[in-house]
Design a protein. Structure first.
Length: 99
């Protein structure tokens, strides 16, 4: 799932074509441009999961998703308020909104 944000610096910037096929996936960059950001909600088919290396820590955003660009990875764009809980600070703020 991807969501439109004023700047994509805090999350993965995702670009996709008119059919939703992901063209690029860049995790937590320095972009100050608006764009589509990885919303952190995924629906993955078994081949993607089976391709994740075992025996070591793996970043799905930095390793798995970029490897699947052009191989069936699609974005599902949504609109609405996005609540980030990816850092201790943002998680604390979210607890004040959703107890």
């Amino acid at each position: 799932m991807v969501t439109k944000v004023p700047h994509t610096r805090a999350g993965g910037r995702v670009t996709f074509d008119e059919h939703g096929a992901i063209i690029s996936f860049v995790e937590k960059g320095t972009s100050t441009e608006s764009g589509w950001m990885n919303a952190g909600i995924y629906m993955l088919e078994r081949p993607v999961l089976e391709g994740i290396p075992t025996g070591r820590p793996v970043s799905i955003e930095r390793e798995v998703f970029p490897a699947w660009v052009g191989r069936g990875l699609h974005a599902f764009p949504v609109t609405g308020k996005f609540l980030d809980i990816g850092t201790p600070e943002s998680y604390t703020s979210a607890q004040q909104i959703i107890p």
